[in-house]
Structures are given as structure tokens and as C-alpha cells.
Design a protein around this ligand. Structure first.
Ligand code: G1P
Length: 280
């Protein structure tokens, strides 16, 4: 059973300055909901009830978001505004939120390693990068799809998608053998390769299921691209020692760490909400 989900959320969000000068990038809203809440909802839908968040300096707003705001809640009690807090209250009632800090930016591998104290070493766990906002209109959310796949294969899984060849340098890129439609047994993974050196155009996006042996592998992984500890490198070792799968998920992903993706996601959710309202 996968019950814990890790959210690396210590990054600075420099691409959104000055908005992210005093506010965590994970709190940027798509309509009225902050990015991290979309991620937490996806994890909760997939069966997780422990949300383990790796924060950093200046990220207090995340902790406050998943807590009671007495004064505000008292103020709007009984008004039509109260219903705006329904979703977040449900998450707060049904999940436990735990936090630790990554105090130096040493890469995604290091951020995940910091989560060891929160998720423990006895069970597999999910990882969601909140900047990658994923939706699936026609069925299970992306993490639910991955949890179901884990139940069959019992190994680490990364979500992958095809990206244009001139974009591969922004991602971890995989290659592997397709063992079922859209499911690849990975034999290579490279973090942010040059466009002409990438093993394919299948890019890793911010959804992972990791088996806990990954922690020992991270301990023995040397800093890679940009001098940072890369989860992609640790996963390659895991793939060589055993098995790691790449899963072409069903649904859509918005890169909300970029201006284009953020605006696209905003328009998408706005149109969804508008069409739902017009049906009522
Ligand atoms: C991280 C990972 C990368 C992955 C990407 C997905 O990179 O290191 O392998 O493809 O997330 O969004 P980042 O975008 O944090 O630099």
C-alpha cells in the first residue's frame, strides 16, 4: 500500500520573481487553488493520507495553508463564502501533514533524501512535484494510475511523456523496452541531456513512485548535472540493479514552473469551471 506522498517544495521559484520573492512558488494559484493543493488532492485521490512536505526558508505559507485559520473561519462562518473552504477542510480532516526543511539547494535527489525521516524506509512512497500540474478528464488521476501499476510490478515507476526533440534538455530523459503498451522497462536515464545526445524524446515528469531502497542508493550517488544530486542518476542505478518502469500516463500535464504552462493551466481550469457552471 502506498499511503505517503512526498512533495519537494524547497525551490526558490526564480522564474516567477518578483511574485515568489516572499511567497512560495507552490502557493501560486491556478484560479483560486494553490498549485500544491492540486498535488495534495491528486495524492489523496490515489489513497495517500500522509503528505510529507520538504520545505525551506520562506515557505511558512505552505504550512499555514494546511492548517486552521481561526480568525478567518470565524469571520465567514454561516456566509456563502464558507463553501470555498470545503475542499481544503476535507484534506485537513483526512490527511496528516508533516514537514522537514531542505536547508541547502542540493538537487531533487537531496530533497527526496531529506524526506526519509518523514516517509520511513519500510514502504514505497509517492513523489509529486507540484509545478507539474496533471489532470485526466476521462478517468483516474495520474498518481492513481501509477499506484495501480505499482500493485502489479512492485518497483519504482516514473511518469513519462513525449516532448518535442528540441525540449529534451529541460528534463530527465529515458530509454527502455516497451513491455506493455505505454510501459517501458528502463535501461537508460539522463538528466537534462543536450538535445542531440538524448536517448529518446521520452521525458520524466514530476510523478514518481519510489521503493525505499532508493535512500541507500542516493547516499551512494555522486552529484551530477549542475553539481546537484539528481534523482534521475539514483534511479538509473536502481534500474541497473533491478527494475524501474517508465509509464506514459493518461491525461495532460501543465508545466506550471513556466509562464506558458501556468497561463495554459489557468485557461484550462477557467474554461472547465465556466462549462460546469453553464451546465448547472
Ligand atoms: C526535475 C527532474 C527532471 C524532470 C523534471 C520534471 O527537474 O530533475 O528529471 O524531468 O523535474 O518536471 P526540474 O524541472 O526540477 O529542474
Amino acid at each position: 500500500m502506498i499511503t505517503k506522498c512526498l512533495f519537494p517544495a524547497a525551490g526558490y521559484g526564480t522564474r516567477f520573481l518578483p511574485a515568489t520573492k516572499a511567497m512560495p512558488k507552490e502557493m501560486l494559484p491556478i484560479l483560486t487553488k494553490p498549485l500544491i493543493q492540486y498535488g495534495v488532492e491528486e495524492a489523496h485521490d490515489a489513497g495517500c493520507d500522509v503528505m510529507a512536505i520538504i520545505t525551506g526558508r520562506g515557505k511558512r505559507a505552505i504550512t499555514d495553508h494546511f492548517d486552521i485559520s481561526y480568525e478567518l473561519e470565524h469571520q465567514i462562518k454561516g456566509s456563502d463564502k464558507e463553501s470555498l473552504l470545503t475542499d481544503i477542510r476535507k484534506l485537513m480532516n483526512e490527511c496528516t501533514f508533516t514537514y522537514t526543511r531542505q536547508n541547502e539547494m542540493k538537487g531533487l535527489g537531496d530533497a527526496i533524501y531529506k524526506g526519509k525521516v518523514l516517509v520511513g524506509e519500510s514502504a514505497p512512497f509517492a513523489v509529486i512535484l507540484a509545478d507539474d500540474l496533471c489532470v485526466n478528464d476521462s478517468g483516474d488521476g495520474v498518481m492513481t494510475q501509477m499506484v495501480k501499476l505499482y500493485e502489479k510490478y512492485k518497483c519504482s515507476i516514473v511518469a513519462i511523456m513525449e516532448v518535442p526533440k528540441d525540449q529534451v534538455h529541460k528534463y530527465g530523459v529515458i530509454s527502455g523496452r516497451e513491455i506493455e503498451k505505454g510501459i517501458f522497462m528502463l535501461d537508460d536515464m539522463v538528466e537534462k541531456p543536450d538535445n542531440d545526445k538524448a536517448p529518446s524524446n521520452l521525458a520524466i515528469i514530476g510523478r514518481y513512485i519510489l521503493t525505499p531502497d532508493i535512500f541507500e542508493i542516493i547516499e551512494n550517488t555522486k552529484p551530477g548535472k549542475n553539481g546537484e544530486l539528481q534523482i534521475t542518476d539514483a534511479l538509473l542505478t536502481q534500474a541497473k540493479n533491478g527494475m524501474v518502469l517508465g509509464y506514459k500516463f493518461k491525461g495532460k500535464r501543465f508545466d506550471c514552473g513556466s509562464m506558458d504552462g501556468f497561463v495554459e493551466a489557468t485557461n484550462y481550469f477557467y474554461n472547465m469551471e465556466k462549462s460546469q457552471k453553464s451546465k448547472k
